[in-house]
Design a protein around this ligand. Structure first.
Ligand SMILES: Nc1ncnc2c1ncn2[C@@H]1O[C@H](COP(=O)(O)OP(=O)(O)O)[C@@H](O)[C@H]1O
Ligand SMILES: [Mg+2]
Length: 439
């Protein structure tokens, strides 16, 4: 992509309305535009990151055996009356009436709809376990939308729903999602710690929140610092095998949100120097809720004995749009964003430090063509901004690799390869720069 033809509305001023660094940087970097409180337009740079995150979430869900579908954003109120949540959900639910006076709502979550789909088709334990997920926009009319994409009213969520014949099988499904979440967040360059959590309006008795530690987070948390160094399962993890050893390792070290914090246990189990009481960002939450929805909505399957019984369910959310903010909170410096490579909007930027000079123009064009041909997502800053402005833009938008092409270096046959993560620079030939970015 040539920057001169891209749409990157960088803000010079720091927006006053933004209270936390991720929100400020998303606005300044031209990723996002607020259209109403908690409702945003994703501009091209922001959308690229959102799609990268979404794809990692998708790949890890698929790897763990969940199956993608897509449910609508609008749902019938009657479906929610069946579970009793239409009234219980309260003012957070956006209620809509169509021209035929039918009551609809913009879905805040999908337990009811997925249960309705399930019960229409599945009758036998032989079709279980089943885990269906989608990645879809949700709406919750939050009392206080704030911090940009962190607490929006409209936001993108991955929500998966598992169906099992009994509690033992449902716990296995829960464990698969637990492990998938460990892998998902690690692939994005995040340390997200599973912490025991309250179940809230979803219901049920077993739940973990996955929390990225950050002072700006909305959740108070308590944990043993050892939990920060536990190993994340590799891509050879066997989801059909026994995952209990992994779950045990991660859940035997103390980690809990303040809502379910057990001060006595914390005191007893965690040595003073390992006690962490801090704040964090909830990037995902998983629930096992048993027969809460299947009882009310009559989602029954025949067991091996031929007797119908309500299925045991769980639901598993990831805040896809919130993750964009959470990653920035974890990865930035005073100059801007430092995207982990896996989620970066572009892998590399070419900075032509003397636009219009024959040698730099030719070298940049050649690099741009070659990198593009080799499948590297590259942004070529071919604008007539001064070098200082180009450095500032590339740092602000956080591209992991910058190739600085200036007349001095070119005279020696070199360009400068700069790594955004640590600021390190190296003089290399253009061919070496290409080789680095393609191997
Ligand atoms: N208002 C919001 N804005 C952005 N992301 C949200 C919002 N509410 C929830 N999420 C994300 O969706 C995930 C699943 O939501 P869930 O746990 O059902 O919501 P809550 O944490 O509000 O009970 C959360 O872990 C969080 O990452
Ligand atoms: Mg939650």
């Amino acid at each position: 992509m040539r920057l001169s033809r891209f749409f990157l509305p960088i803000l010079k001023e720091t927006p006053k309305e933004a209270e936390i660094v991720s929100h400020r940087l998303m606005l300044r970097a031209g990723m996002l535009r607020q259209e109403a409180a908690g409702i945003y337009a994703w501009l091209p740079l922001g959308l690229r990151v959102l799609k990268k995150i979404e794809q990692i979430v998708r790949e890890e869900q698929n790897r763990a055996g969940a199956i993608e579908c897509l449910m609508p954003t609008l749902q019938l109120a009657d479906l929610w009356r069946e579970s009793g949540r239409y009234d219980a959900y309260g003012p957070e639910m956006l209620r809509i009436t169509d021209r035929h006076k039918r009551e609809l709502l913009y879905g805040p979550t999908n337990e009811e709809m997925i249960t309705e789909i399930f019960r229409s088709y599945v009758r036998s334990y032989k079709n279980l376990p089943l885990n269906l997920y989608h990645i879809q926009w949700k709406f919750r009319d939050e009392q206080r939308p704030r911090f940009g994409v962190m607490r929006g009213r409209e936001f993108l969520m991955k929500d998966a729903y598992s169906f099992d014949i009994d509690e033992a099988a449902a716990r296995k499904s829960y464990n698969r999602m637990f492990v998938a979440y460990l892998r998902t967040f690690a692939r994005m360059g995040l340390k997200a710690i599973p912490m025991r959590a309250e179940t809230g309006p979803i219901g049920g008795d077993l739940s973990h929140e996955f929390i990225v530690l950050a002072d700006t987070g909305e959740s108070g948390v308590f944990c043993d610092s050892d939990v920060l160094n536990l190993p994340v399962p590799g891509d050879d993890v066997d989801y059909d095998g026994d995952l209990t050893a992994i779950i045990k390792q991660w859940t035997s070290v103390y980690a809990a949100t303040e809502d379910v914090h057990d001060a006595e246990r914390f005191e007893r189990e965690v040595p003073a120097e390992k006690k962490l009481n801090t704040r964090g960002i909830e990037v995902g939450q998983i629930f096992y809720f048993g027969t809460k929805y299947s009882d009310k909505m009559k989602a029954l399957v025949a067991g091996p004995d031929g007797v119908d019984a309500p299925i045991h369910g769980g639901s598993y959310g990831v805040g896809v749009s919130r993750l964009v903010g959470a990653i920035i909170e974890a990865c930035h410096d005073e100059n801007g964003i430092k995207w982990p490579e896996a989620v970066a909007p572009f892998r590399a930027a070419i900075l032509n430090l003397k636009q219009g000079a024959a040698d730099t123009d030719a070298a940049c064009e050649a690099l741009y063509k070659e990198l593009s041909a080799k499948g590297v997502d590259v942004l070529y800053d071919d604008t007539d901004q001064r070098a200082g402005g180009k450095f500032a833009t590339a740092d602000l938008i956080g591209i992991p690799w910058q190739i600085l092409v200036g007349p001095k270096g070119l005279a020696d046959g070199t360009v400068e390869l700069k790594r955004r993560a640590d600021g390190s620079r190296e003089n290399v030939t253009p061919a070496e720069a290409v080789a680095r970015l393609t191997t």
